[in-house]
Every structure is written in C-alpha cells, then in structure tokens.
Design a protein around this ligand. Structure first.
Ligand SMILES: [Fe+2]
Ligand SMILES: [Fe+2]
Length: 191
C-alpha cells in the first residue's frame, strides 16, 4: 500500500487525538533518524503505522496475533496496552503489506522496549514518547535531551515509565525492566 493510502486509512480509523499523535510520531521519528543516522523514510513509515492497532478491542488484537506463531507471554496477551505493538506489527504486514522486518520490529517493541534495540527501534520508542502532542511532566526535558544523547534519553524515558507504573502500583513488564537495565550496562561498560 502506498504511504498516502496508509495515511488515509489511519485518518479514517483512528480517533482525532490518536491520529494527531501518529502524525507527531512520524515527524519525530524522521527528525531523530536524520539526527542519528538512520533512514528517515523508514523511520517515518514506522512512525505512521506504530499505533495502527491501538484502538482495536483486546479480543480483536488477540485474534490477530493468535493466527501467527508469536511466542507472547501471558501478561502481554491480557493487556491492550502491551499487545497493541505486536498486534500492530501483524496488522501492518497483512493489511498495509509492509514486509521490512526492521519496521515491523520497531512497531512490535515500541511500547515495551527490550534489551539491545536497533537504532530504528530506539527511534520509534523515543519518538512515541516525546512527539509534540505529548504533554506530561518532564517531557520538555526529554525533548531537549533527545537532541544530545539518544541512549541517555532512552534511559530517562524508561525510568519515567517505570516510576509512573510503580507509583500506580501497576504491573511492570519484565522486558521493559530488562531493556532499561541492558542499556544502563551498555552505557557503563561501552564495548
Ligand atoms: Fe503505541
Ligand atoms: Fe503511540
């Protein structure tokens, strides 16, 4: 599917607020790619599609991923917040015809993060966090940081998410903690 067709479908399917967020993630992904030496077109496309499954019901997400051979663990399968990344990667491949494994992986992991993310995965993860329509305490600081050091900004974003979940006494997915810790180790012991 051509980009303009994908954009049209997203504009129709997503709520106005989610579509505005999507436009912001596409733009921020392109900007971060230009800054950190990734492919801007690839990053922008990943940004456009990253939340394509976000507004599906949990049942629809589960039905979508069930037909694939994905080894998703129980906490992910039970949570719309955690499952929309994996479901989105399946939807984007089947429905938009996107086959680039780097883009599909960036969509898959954009909410949870994971250890040893690729540059593109980091860019989409961070763009999702700091795009212009995001408004939460500390976001401006993260936007400033993102202009200087990608990995340090990612650590700050992980910490912000983990802190928020802990304050709510909410479940924290293991892969998110592992992703954060792996990045700390990498930054302290650069190879
Ligand atoms: Fe998302
Ligand atoms: Fe998003």
């Amino acid at each position: 599917m051509e980009l303009h067709q994908i954009q049209k479908e997203l504009a129709e399917r997503l709520s106005a607020k989610r579509f505005r967020h999507t436009c912001g993630v596409a733009a921020s992904s392109r900007q971060l790619a230009e800054q950190y030496g990734a492919d801007p077109d690839q990053a922008e496309l990943a940004g456009w599609i990253h939340d394509c499954a976000k507004e599906m019901s949990l049942e629809d997400m589960q039905a979508l991923v069930r037909t694939e051979n994905l080894s998703l663990d129980a906490p992910v399968l039970k949570s719309r917040a955690l499952l929309h990344g994996p479901a989105g990667s399946v939807y984007a491949r089947r429905h938009f015809g996107i086959t680039d494994p780097d883009i599909l992986s960036a969509v898959f992991y954009h909410t949870t993060g994971k250890p040893h993310m690729t540059l593109l995965e980091k860019i989409v993860f961070l763009a999702d966090y700091i795009e212009p329509s995001r408004d939460f305490p500390g976001v401006e600081e993260l936007r400033k940081m993102s202009g200087q050091d990608l990995n340090q900004t990612l650590i700050a974003a992980y910490d912000s998410t983990i802190r928020h979940l802990a304050e709510q006494h909410a479940y924290i997915y293991e892969l998110t903690l592992a992703g954060r810790n792996a990045l700390i180790m990498e930054e302290h012991n650069p190879s």
